[in-house]
Design a protein around this ligand. Structure first.
Ligand code: IVH
Length: 568
């Protein structure tokens, strides 16, 4: 029996050899070994990985979706560019935007329309004389992709407008998305299909990690009949090029008009006359974002008056009359089941967390990166802890971006950390990178044709595809997900636990309180914030809590308390 050290060394060596020969095979150089010899190396690595699952690096680093076939659509030049929006990351940045608006409109009162920022795919739908003639993705804002056939299959998109109202031309802009319940149905169906495939010894098919990816993938199908089987929805929020519509003076009139024509327009729209009210709207939806059956990632604030918009105009990139207020990355707490260590291709150890599955920003997360060993020690995270899981990469949500690490770890020729970071930022998941065309990849800042070609070829190779597919079976997440330490929701609060809880051992419960900055006490006093009551509680504690008016909560309430710091 080889010692653990020897196994680690051999696994590391094999990974390096495989990466090296892979490179020979694909690079300008001739391969040095035969395919059979190469396969032997892979087989040996596989045997060792099966015998020592704790060494399977890819399980933590990869969560590969198989390569969905890349499809090319005809390019469409937008008559009016589909610009993106400037972001405001916090209240100060929103106020700074407000000041720029005020400066551009001296002495004028301004009304703002607050809308939800739907996390989907921007679409422009063109009608001529009431007939749907074009559906186009945003692309780079100037040129998008013609997805008309697929757009026609979306039930919520009117195929024609009633002749009485139909203008000569009307471009409707909105967000195509897959609702959370539709995504759940879609995911369950794909999982059942995969079970059947696995039973027949066929490779499982990729399952998108979240509604956004599922929506984007569904809209970019080659065959509209496939798109038709997906439950896609639309929120219309803006007019593009128009001809022969009524004359509008405000944005809210255009939304009413779209609603009258039969387009789905989100009902959660507020017209307000101060930035304080805008901030209230933002705060409300930041807190209630999970109550919605679709995913939002912020609020879009638009100047209502169209003449004022005209005067404000555009910067090189975006309108001055609108801004996207981005929510901070979504966080969820869950139980850390175990910490394992994966050994990378270069022999580097990366700890990763096995988690009680939890939905973060629409993705079910069961594993996450734990930075490095020093961080684990520093934060003192241990199995049994309640940890916070956050999707990284959106915002500043952190110098640690597992996806970029994964990309580097794959050993794709020419793909270094800088390009990997750009790709991770731009695409957010391996799924999206695998699905991207060479042009999509090359269009990313700091990537370019050479890296794009190399990455595309890497993902197209059947050896890599099968490796990636095998990993997919493990059901690991590929998005940028990290475990961060717990937010201090219980700072200054004392919590007492009595009786038996089902999801926490006694020590775990105490630790969860402490992790959040709280104090876990053994007896109830006037200072106790809450008494957590499990099965067969101590009668004295309960009696004392009643006497002192200390709130009593059950396990559900405890979980909520940990997460929010609030009593249910
Ligand atoms: S208006 C010129 N309204 O967010 C204004 N965009 O970061 C065009 N989005 O590209 C956009 N919800 O894909 C607008 N209610 C909303 C939106 C929205 C989501 C997306 C859209 C846009 C991106 C900008």
């Amino acid at each position: 029996m080889p010692t653990a050290k020897k196994v680690v060394a051999r696994v590391t060596e094999l990974r390096e050899l495989i990466a090296y020969h892979n490179d020979r095979y694909f690079g300008a150089d001739e391969p040095e070994i035969s395919d059979a010899e190469f396969d032997e190396l892979v087989a040996e690595l596989r045997r060792l990985e099966t015998a020592h699952p704790e060494l399977v690096v890819q399980k933590s680093l990869l969560d590969a979706p198989g390569a969905p076939s890349t499809t090319t659509f005809a390019p469409v030049t937008h008559r009016l560019p589909m610009t993106s929006l400037d972001n405001a990351m916090d209240a100060d940045e929103l106020r700074a935007w407000g000041e720029r608006v005020a400066k551009g409109l001296p002495g004028e009162a301004v009304k703002y329309v607050c809308e939800l920022k739907i996390d989907g795919l921007a679409l422009s739908i063109r009608y001529e004389d009431g007939e749907l003639v074009l559906g186009a993705t945003r692309g780079d804002g100037k040129t998008g992709e013609d997805v008309t056939g697929n757009v026609r299959t979306i039930a919520e998109v009117p195929a024609r407008l009633s002749a009485r109202n139909a203008p000569r031309a009307l471009e409707v802009r909105g967000e195509v998305y897959m609702s959370k319940p539709a995504f759940e149905r879609f995911r369950m169906q794909k999982m059942q299909e995969n079970e059947a495939r696995i039973a027949q010894d066929k490779k499982p098919m990729p399952i998108p990690a979240n509604p956004r990816n599922a929506g984007a993938g569904s809209l970019r199908q080659k065959d509209p009949a496939v798109t038709a089987t997906r439950e896609l929805s639309l929120w219309a929020y803006q007019l593009g090029d128009v001809d022969g519509t009524p004359a509008f003076t405000s944005h809210h009139e255009t939304l009413d008009y779209l609603r009258e024509l039969g387009f789905p327009v989100n009902p959660e729209v507020r017209i307000v006359d101060s930035l304080d009210r805008v901030l209230e709207f933002c705060a409300h939806w930041q807190q209630h974002r999970n109550d919605l059956p679709y995913i939002i990632d912020g609020v879009v604030v638009k100047v209502d008056d169209l003449a004022q918009r005209e005067r404000l105009g555009f910067t090189a990139k975006a309108p001055r009359w609108a801004v996207a207020v981005k929510f901070p990355p979504e966080e969820r707490t869950t139980l850390l089941r175990d910490i394992k260590v994966s050994i990378g291709r270069t022999g580097r150890a990366t700890p990763f967390a096995e988690l009680e599955p939890v939905v973060v920003a629409g993705s079910t997360v069961s594993m996450a990166t734990l930075h490095n060993r020093e961080q684990v020690q520093l934060k003192d995270v241990r199995p049994g802890d309640t940890v916070v899981v956050r999707k990284a990469g959106d915002v500043d949500a952190s110098r640690q971006r597992p996806l970029e690490k994964l990309l580097v770890a794959l050993g794709i020729k020419h793909l270094g950390p800088a390009a990997a970071e750009s790709l991770a930022r731009r695409f957010g998941s391996l799924d999206a990178i695998v699905a991207a065309t060479v042009d999509d990849l090359a269009a990313v800042d700091g990537v370019g044709a050479v890296i794009a070609e190399s990455a595309h070829r890497w993902f197209a190779d059947k050896r890599h595809k099968s490796m990636v597919n095998k990993l997919r079976k493990g059901g690991v997440q590929f998005d940028n997900v990290v475990v961060v330490d717990a937010p201090q929701t219980l700072a200054g609060k004392t919590v007492v636990v009595t009786g038996t809880l089902t999801g926490f051992g006694r020590e775990e419960a105490q630790r969860a309180v402490k992790d959040r900055g709280g104090k876990s006490a053994g007896s109830v006093s006037a200072k106790t914030f809450a008494l957590v009551v499990g099965a067969e509680p101590g009668a004295a504690k309960v009696k004392k809590a009643v006497e002192l008016g200390v709130p009593q909560i059950d396990e559900q309430g405890f979980k909520r308390l940990l997460e929010t710091g609030e009593l249910p």
